[in-house]
Write a protein of this length. Structure first.
Length: 77
C-alpha cells in the first residue's frame, strides 16, 4: 500500500484519535456522541497507523514527501 500521509499529518490524526478515546473512557460524552467519537477515533487511528488515507487518494492529495514512495507512484505530466 502506498503512503500518502506525512509524519505531521499522522501525528495530528493519532493525537485527535487519542483525545476522542479519552473523552469516551472518562464519560465526558454520552448518547450518540459516544458512537460518533468511537467511529472517528477508529478511522483516524487506522489512517495514522497505515499512513494511507483513501479520501486523499481520491482527491490526489499527498502530504508524504518520502522519495522511496515517490518512485512507486506514477508520475503525472
Amino acid at each position: 500500500m502506498k503512503h500518502n500521509m506525512g509524519r505531521a499529518d499522522r501525528i495530528i490524526r493519532s493525537t485527535i484519535a487519542a483525545c476522542l478515546v479519552y473523552a469516551i473512557i472518562t464519560k465526558s460524552v454520552g448518547g450518540p456522541l459516544v458512537w460518533i467519537f468511537g467511529v472517528l477515533a477508529v478511522a483516524l487511528g487506522a489512517t495514522a497507523v497505515f499512513g494511507y488515507c483513501p479520501p486523499y487518494s481520491w482527491l490526489g492529495i499527498k502530504t508524504c514527501s518520502c522519495e522511496e514512495h515517490d518512485e512507486k507512484m506514477p508520475k503525472s505530466t
